[in-house]
Structure formats: C-alpha cells, structure tokens
Design a protein around this ligand. Structure first.
Ligand SMILES: [Zn+2]
Length: 229
C-alpha cells in the first residue's frame, strides 16, 4: 500500500525527474519506486529512487569498477610483466599456503590471514621488500602469515630462523648453531667436521686451532722469507 501511496499524486511522492545522483540522472518514473536512469557512462537502467536519494546508489555499477581499477593501479605493483618483487613474493606466499599440489606449507596447515588475500592490505602491514636480498620470513615458523609474525629478512637472517637450525645450550646459554659459530669464531665447516667425531660440547665449541708449521718462528726460515721478498 505504501508502494501505491508513493506514486505520483501521493503526498509522499518525490519527483526527482532530471536530478543527478552521483553519475546517475533520473529520467522518468516507472512505478514501484523505480526510476529509469541514465549513467554518465551511457548505460540506462532502473534504479530505486530512495536508494539514490540516500546516496547508496551512485552509478550503474561502473563507479565501483573504476574504483577497483584505480585501487589496483595505485600501488603499481601488479602491472603485467612488471610485477614488483614485493608483489611476486606476495603471490608466492599465497601459492605456498593455498595450492594443495605445489604448496609447501599447505600440508603443514600454515595459512595466510584473511586480510592479506588483499595485496594493498598486505603492503600496508608489511611494507615493500627492502632489497633483492630480502624475502619474507615468518618469525615463528609454525605460525601463520599474519601481522606480527612476518618480516623482511636476508637469507642469512632467515637461515638462523630455519626449522632445521640446531639449538645448543653451552655455559648456561641457549642459542642456535649459527650464532654460536659467529660468537666463537668457528666456521660451520669446522663444526660439521667436529660433529662427525663424537666430541663433547666443550670440544665442539672450542676456539679454532690455528695450524702452525714447527718451523714457523725459526730464525732461518724468517730470514729466508725476508730475503725472498
Ligand atoms: Zn555507468
């Protein structure tokens, strides 16, 4: 009944003929609150008068399409053939988690958080990849790709965070193998060779021995070396 009342002649009827709402111009009343409209893009279609008046409808739908296209172009990361490193890494992240065949993380149940399915949101949270040496690293390796668990890191920084990294407790301090080697000046190769022999933890992490020839400090050898120069 309110539909009938809202037609021409009723006190509630608002004539919006010729009025503009965003990209839409109301041309004439059809009935049942619907108006025949023309959009700026040239398309003509029916629109509900009330929705237009209250600002809920502003185009034939092309405005939303334009908005999405602009938003897509705005970050400029996904232009075909010129995808940025950040964008490629974002795609790879989704692939690893979502693809049941190639996704290395799929079987481990690691997920990409809902909002990061949207690249601009990912970009806003994580920022751009700082260099070609950096890639995406999860701080907790069993955690998801989500704000707070992800950072840009170089491969050296990442290897320290790998699942296979060995944690070693020595003199009351626990840290990963890479950090121990760095702190004590042992190369990983040295450690590897020591590890194959069954050594104690003290022997494993002992400072590297420098091999010196028994003749190293011999005066005659020194003199000969000086003479050779
Ligand atoms: Zn349109």
């Amino acid at each position: 009944m309110s539909i009938l009342k809202s037609g021409p002649g009723s006190t509630q009827f608002l004539d919006i003929t010729g009025q503009r709402f965003g990209k839409l111009v109301a041309l004439n009343y059809i009935g049942k609150r619907l108006w025949w409209c023309r959009c700026d893009c040239g398309k003509e279609l029916l629109r509900c008068g009330k929705l237009m008046r209250t600002g809920k409808l502003k185009s034939c739908g092309c405005a939303i399409k334009d908005f999405n296209e602009q938003r897509h172009l705005k970050h400029g990361h996904s232009r075909a053939g010129k995808e940025t490193r950040t964008y490629r890494i974002w795609l790879g992240m989704k692939q690893r988690c979502l693809n049941p065949i190639f996704g290395a993380h799929h079987g481990r149940g690691i997920r990409v958080c809902e909002s990061w399915n949207n690249f601009p949101q990912f970009l806003a949270d994580v920022g751009e990849c700082p260099s070609d040496q950096h890639s995406l690293d999860r701080i907790n390796n069993d955690g998801n790709y989500e704000p707070g668990n992800v950072r840009w890191a170089t491969s050296a920084e990442q290897s320290r965070n790998q699942r296979c990294t060995r944690m070693i407790t020595f003199k009351g301090k626990t840290q990963c193998l890479t950090d121990w080697c760095k702190e004590l000046g042992i190369s990983k190769t040295t450690f590897y060779h020591r590890d194959k022999r069954k050594l104690t933890i003290e022997q494993l992490l002992a400072p590297p021995r420098k091999w010196r020839s028994p003749l190293y400090n011999h005066p005659e050898v020194k003199a000969a070396q000086k003479g050779a120069r």
